[in-house]
Design a protein around this ligand. Sequence first.
Ligand code: E4P
Length: 214
Amino acid sequence: MKFFIDTANIDEIREAHSMGMVDGVTTNPSLIAKEGRDFEDIIKEICQIVDGPISAEVISTDTEGMIKEARHLAKIHDNIVVKIPMIVDGLKATHRLAEEGIKTNVTLAFSPLQALMAAKAGATYISPFIGRLDDLSQEGLLLVEQIVEIYSNYAFDTEIIVASIRNPLHVLESALMGADIATIPFSVLGKLAAHPMTDKGLKAFLDDWEKTKK
Ligand code: E4P
């Protein structure tokens, strides 16, 4: 499974990258806004750090506007993937961009049929937002399971980026289902690495080692 990091924070990206855990990066307008810096400056800096797909999202909601933004973003770096919202105009933009060879990540997907349509339109990636479904008492992971099955049934090339991840179980279950990618917030990445028995065992080893010096 590939790990993307879901942040626009350069320090977090550098730290996760130093662990060897960053196969790519996803950003969105809210994550960019949190940084209080110029959008393109952030994206360019991320591209210097990570050699993998970097998602940058359009703001337009009409097809022509999305395509114009996408062409501009795609020129920033070969690794740019243009994030397109899962609306009808977004499907039209995705279809046209696929013909131009511009990679897309269809975002804000909340149903398996949206994912099927995105794949048919030629999306490079689909991003089901599972945490936001859980927030509504709907099972986010069921959506991942359904998309994995549909894409496998019809051999679509579109890769599944499990998004809106809130906890380690989201990552574990997505990996067991065979999702291609999890895009993980920095705080959750730390939780994946941690185990109390590791800390307890390490402390015991170090305490015993100290005793050998007496
Ligand atoms: C994915 O591409 C999105 O940036 C992200 O996962 C959204 O997560 P949230 O629901 O925690 O905002």
